[in-house]
Design a protein around this ligand. Structure first.
Ligand code: NAP
Length: 259
């Protein structure tokens, strides 16, 4: 399917690895020029080089912490006007509800709620002026079905989801859509570290922890960054102009609900 976005320009945050990287590849395949970002430059430059070698698109890479004001300023300076924004950052650490104090919540809110909101505020006005734009926020299955050990993530992402629910309705008449893409468990470094944490807690091997988790998913496997990226690219496509304020869940059926 031609996604109808060839020649558009996208900022894909936190995209040297994992789900953000999957989104970057899928957008590049659709002919979208990219601004990529991550803190570490080595993996970031490697991802940028791989995309340039595979697709005929322009790729710029900005090594910066997207959750800091300085980092965002660096990224936004290079990004300039973009047509597509994919927000993403690392997720907060797991733990118990008794572990977290105010500073932990402020960090989680900064990374997973206030950073995407700041990026939306910076980039959506010019999309509205030009009459077209797409924003996809990578959030988590935890907004539909809380993950008890990820209380910081549950809280911060629920806040972003509420903001998007209202704001997406305020900008839609200008051709700009804002939606959220909710990963369930996907085979990335994040999954490896969550499996390692579960293994340590339960006194089993990481491989056993993975197998236990896979057994609880109707697909009996983790999702892939490629599948995730393809869904993201569709949500950024011309065809998704009537999709507004939605929370698209990719979890292999793990969340049991009728709707
Ligand atoms: P990942 O494989 O660990 O990749 C994270 C990417 O984000 C890397 O490129 C990393 O590069 C970059 N990054 C992290 N913090 C950053 C920051 N402050 N500024 C800029 N770049 C940053 O993680 P993932 O699995 O793709 O997860 C992406 C998001 O989805 C996370 O918020 C995660 O919590 C959420 N999620 C993932 C899953 C899953 O199963 N994978 C499930 C639910 C939710 P650098 O380290 O070099 O910065």
């Amino acid at each position: 399917m031609d996604l109808g976005i060839s020649g558009k320009r996208a900022l894909v945050c936190a995209s040297s690895k994992g789900l953000g990287r999957g989104c970057a590849f899928a957008l590049a395949e659709a002919g979208v020029d990219l601004v990529l970002n991550a803190r570490g430059s080595e993996a970031l430059e490697a991802t940028a080089a791989e995309i340039r070698s595979l697709y005929n698109v322009n790729v710029e890479a900005v090594a910066a912490d997207i959750t800091s004001e300085d980092g965002r300023a660096q990224v936004l300076k290079i990004a300039g006007q973009v047509d597509i924004l994919v927000t993403n950052a690392g997720g907060p650490p797991p733990g118990m509800w008794t572990d977290w104090d105010r500073d932990d919540f402020i960090s989680a809110l900064d990374a997973n709620m206030l950073t995407p909101i700041a990026l939306i505020k910076a980039l959506v006005p010019s999309m509205m002026e030009r009459g077209w734009g797409r924003v996809v926020n990578i959030t988590s299955v935890s907004v539909k079905s809380p993950i008890p050990v990820l209380g910081l993530s549950n809280a911060a992402r629920a806040g972003l989801t509420g903001y998007v629910a209202g704001t997406s309705r305020q900008v839609a008449s200008k051709g700009v859509t804002i939606n959220n893409l909710l990963p369930g468990i996907h085979a990335t470094d994040r999954a490896v570290s969550l499996d390692a944490g579960a293994a340590a807690q339960q006194g089993i091997s990481p491989e056993e922890a993975k197998q236990n988790r896979e057994a609880g998913i109707p697909t009996h496997r983790y999702g892939t960054a490629t599948e995730f990226g393809a869904t993201c690219a569709f949500m950024c496509s011309q065809h998704a102009g009537f999709m507004v304020g939605q929370n698209v869940l990719l979890d292999g059926g793990a969340t049991v609900s009728t709707m």
